[in-house]
Design a protein around this ligand. Sequence first.
Ligand SMILES: *Cc1c(COP(=O)(O)O)cnc(C)c1O
Ligand code: SF4
Length: 437
Amino acid sequence: MENVSSRQLELASKISEDAAARQWRDWKWQMRHCIRDIKTFEDLLGVEFGGKERRDLELTLAKFPLAVTPYYLSLIDPQNWRNDPVFLQSFPQSAELVIENNDMIDPLAEDADSPAPCITHRYPDRVLFYVSGACAMYCRHCTRKRKVGDRDAVPDKKTMLEGIEYIRRTPQVRDVLVSGGDPFLLGDERLDWLLGELGTIDHVEIVRIGTRTPVVLPYRITDDLCRVLRSHHPIWLNTHFNHPREITGSSREALTKLADAGIPLGNQSVLLAGVNDCVRIMKALVHKLVINRVRPYYLYQCDLSEGLSHFRTPIGKGIEIMEGLVGHTSGFAVPQYVIDAPGGGGKIRVAPNYILSWSTNKVVLRNYEGVITTYQEPDSYEASFCDRKCERCELHLNLDDAPEDKAIGIAQLLHDDEDAIALTPMGNDRTGRRDEE
Ligand SMILES: *Cc1c(COP(=O)(O)O)cnc(C)c1O
Ligand code: SF4
């Protein structure tokens, strides 16, 4: 059978005696046989944990559950499993019980920014919509560890409808990010219904799906699923490869089907100590992704969620990786390195510095090779004054539906038609004293 290795057949027969190669490639069989306890994991991998380590592992599982598909487990190198990137992402470690000073249960304040069930509305024009609490594999580095794995957290149709109604009555939402858990653990029919409902909302311009199934359960990407997806375009999809070893024959097939269904594919990686905190690994990963028509989208700094401290790197490691990618490889193979701001500030892009200095008519820059160069600014440049009265403007913005009418944040400081000259944090002592006078 194509794309089922002898190692996978061996595991299949250990899992169930009558397992055939065909079943291995059946996603429902994979889900039914997810490994959820340490004993089965040990048996399949041919290892044994004893003594204190074993006790700590059980404690860890009581806090953060274990689940891994037979497929994903089959990618672990049995010869060097301790350092294996697949093992490290799927198997608990007692280090997860360590809680550091600044660890938080919900570091991104996703619950606080939730105006309706299953919704996080943080940015002006887009929302996160959680449609499943379950995943095929519980990533040990998951930022939503607090939620994922709680099997009651799979919302019923009625709860989903409340989320949909929120989107329907919130006209500024033009981009809906369907997430979870993993949305592709819903059946095709439910997905068809959900995407259909979103499709009836005029102001929803695009739907994005976040799923790790191409990595941990590639057999989920069936022809039937792709038919459903392509009937609801424009659909975009982000997946989550962290290491080049995860790109196998089966995951390649899944990506091909999705790309052939006309879905633009992106990838979000998390920077993980001991897994992918290496320029060479990240470069190999992004190259394999673009070969498979997947555009590297984000590289995340590991969040401050509880139980993740052993995976965190300094931010400097991420900058070093970006330094090793920008200019050294195709521009579209380079992801944006982002830190998701603790407290709910959203994603913040960080990058090496390329501007070295500046004068009134020159900018001094450096490139990826270390060449220092200058850009001569124009002698005369007349910016058009903007008071947002577009009908009088020489730029002829003839878009009746151009909605933006208010500048916020730093953009507000840069705008001609705003009085703001500074942004001051709430509760600032100094301005507080002024008010008292
Ligand atoms: C990441 C995220 C989004 C999408 O952000 P993009 O930068 O557009 O990919 C939307 N809402 C929340 C709460 C998010 O965390
Ligand atoms: S430096 Fe990177 S590529 Fe080399 S052995 Fe270490 S992890 Fe592997």
